[in-house]
Ligand binder design. Sequence first.
Ligand SMILES: Nc1ncnc2c1ncn2[C@@H]1O[C@H](COP(=O)(O)OP(=O)(O)OP(=O)(O)O)[C@@H](O)[C@H]1O
Length: 368
Amino acid sequence: MSQTLAAENREVPDTRSGASEQPLVQVQDLARYFDVSPPWLNRILENEPRSILKAVDGVSFDIPRGKTFSLVGESGCGKSTVARLVVGLYQPTRGTIHFEGVDMATLKTRKQQAPVRRRFQMIFQDPFASLNPRWRVAEIIAEPIRAHGIMSDDGQIRRRVGELLEQVRLSARDGEKFPHEFSGGQRQRISIARALASNPEFLVCDEPTSALDVSVQAQILNLMKELQKELGLTYLFISHDLAVVYHISDYVGVMYLGRLVEWGEARRVFFNPQHPYTRMLLDAIPDLEMTGRQRIPVAGEVPSPIHPPSGCHFHPRCPFANDRCRSETPQTRDFGEGGQVRCHAVEEGRLPPPGESGALAAGRDLNE
Ligand SMILES: Nc1ncnc2c1ncn2[C@@H]1O[C@H](COP(=O)(O)OP(=O)(O)OP(=O)(O)O)[C@@H](O)[C@H]1O
């Protein structure tokens, strides 16, 4: 993936400062384990084996400047943990995160971190929970401007807040209101305005539209796409919904139990999906016209990440699994078209061809 995207990046015009071939974000072998042993074990059973939950286990991807990389997968597969690792809310158990070539782990002090951290921001699923209900919207948006020392003059800050509100298609007068006076979609616009207040280059968006009605989702996704173009933003977009991700992605990574099982250019993942799990997720999108192949039905649930299945973690749910899948962890294979996949069945040619996947129809529908 690194090489593929690096090559891709050469054609990506740098919309911010000076052209750069380097991906803005490089994530390499990222892992985060949680010790979920009951606390009493600490006191009375010191030799008892610990229960370790591998929420993220060796994830690598690059995001070229000005592009969107989306992580998808069912609940519990580790998407939000990746997002939190990338913005520094969690420390990695293993692996590295480079931002514009700088290894984030080398920035030890707050003073070293501050100028870099300001350049990325996070948008959460529930805008109401992340907006202080007692503050007027103008104060909420002004807070990061003051905190990062971007401006100190009150008049200047007021004008900048008005600009930001207009940038997310609200009016400057909306700054006088409180968060509860807005609809869910408008509140997410306010969250976006607040995230933009520190002039970031990179936004990590964790399910930003999943709390919203479908029609409002489309408006927010369109706004995000317009802002990306206007401001040259780079996105890491997290969603459990492949249909949502289709709107916004240049690259897609499909996660299952802490690992990426397939990733590459979004069109390739949608139009020519390889991994049975990717196909299953695509087939779960309702109202797809299926042509050329049968659906892989959604079967079973994600197993516990504390005791993941041996071999390929997906094998208990996979209609194509054999003994090798049950015992041997699949390695990453490049299969051309800028795609990578981890699957013995794909490698051995045991899968039926993807055919004209339903994604084709999904793509048409979603883009209309
Ligand atoms: N702080 C934590 N302590 C212990 N376990 C955690 C912690 N954070 C996440 N987990 C576990 O790690 C796994 C991955 O969680 P994560 O929230 O990253 O998944 P997700 O794909 O984003 O799912 P969702 O969409 O439901 O948030 C889950 O089993 C979750 O219970």
